[in-house]
Design a binder for this molecule. Structure first.
Ligand SMILES: C[S@@+](CC[C@H](N)C(=O)[O-])C[C@H]1O[C@@H](n2cnc3c(N)ncnc32)[C@H](O)[C@@H]1O
Length: 271
């Protein structure tokens, strides 16, 4: 049983008239959980910015390496906000392959993610849960019963905000959102964060913004300094905030490939 049913939404509430970032991202990753409206929008982004495909894959690979690293350090509980449509291996699959007792609370604000979460994210013996909530309301996440069931705030937590905060506008205060979540975590907790940037693709971004402006969430890329500021109150682990293929790669990435990746990512520890 998943918390999805507790949300009480129906299939009719899933908006198929406008592109959804979660379904567009699924298309970039080669998934099938998307509609024509998403495929058209995603294809327009790809036409303007072909590098979105290696960037989405590199972001997903970063997520995997970060989760493996954290479970290796002994972290046994994860809050993954902006889960996305399931893409195997998912956070709990990666973590539980390392340590079967890891508990994972998945959070997303998109009902389409919830419909897939039931089958593919929450079937691991009560150690995982999914609920619909909006990161712009951190208290609605921290106070949710699923968090109460899965997360012990006396023990270190991995907080994952992977490829989600670029859907938050400046006026919605992304730094304040991270701070509110950070303040609930004990010392020794970790933040895994990645974020889209225009630092490497300034010329193509205006057209990409136009596509996302018609989607259910707008895209807000940020430069290095603004992304690094989101880690306030945390110590960045080596190698710091870098383009995601450069975060502890298994083998050194091709520099020509790295140039194509407009995502920064880092893992940091709460002081
Ligand atoms: C690009 S996907 C990232 C998925 C996954 N974290 C990854 O990096 O592979 C972004 C996800 O964030 C979700 N999202 C966007 N705005 C959100 C918000 N305000 N609150 C919670 N989730 C949000 C979207 O629905 C989507 O599933």
């Amino acid at each position: 049983m998943t918390d999805r049913t507790d949300q009480g939404f129906t299939a009719e509430e899933i908006d198929t008239s406008r592109p959804h970032p979660a379904r567009m991202y699924d298309f970039y990753l080669g998934g099938r959980d998307n509609y024509e409206v998403d495929r058209e929008a995603a294809q327009r982004v790809i036409d303007f910015l072909p590098d979105i495909i290696p960037a989405a894959r590199a972001n997903r690979d970063f997520l995997q390496r970060a989760v493996r690293y954290l479970t290796g350090t002994g972290i046994r509980q994860i809050i993954d906000i902006g889960t996305g449509i399931p893409t195997s291996p998912n956070t709990h699959e990666i973590a539980q392959a390392e340590a079967p007792d890891v508990r994972v609370a998945y959070v997303d604000n998109d009902p389409i993610v919830a419909t897939h979460a039931g089958a593919r994210l929450t079937g691991s013996g009560g150690n995982t849960g999914f609920f619909l909530a909006d990161v712009r309301k951190p208290e609605s996440i921290l106070e949710h019963p699923t968090i109460g069931r899965l997360i012990d705030f006396d023990q270190p937590v991995a907080l994952m905000l992977v490829a989600v905060l670029h859907f938050i506008k400046d006026e919605e205060d992304p730094a304040g959102i991270v701070a509110a979540l950070r303040d609930a975590l004990p010392a020794g907790s970790h933040l895994v964060l990645s974020h889209a940037t225009a630092d490497f693709h300034a010329a193509s971004l205006p057209e990409v913004f136009k596509v996302y402006n018609k989607a259910t969430a707008t895209l807000n890329t940020r430069p290095y300094d603004e992304v690094v500021a989101l880690f306030d109150g945390f110590e960045l682990l080596d190698p710091g905030l870098v383009q995601v293929p450069l975060w502890r790669p298994a083998t050194p990435p091709d520099p020509d490939e790295v140039k194509r990746i407009g995502f920064y990512g880092a893992v940091a520890r709460k002081k």
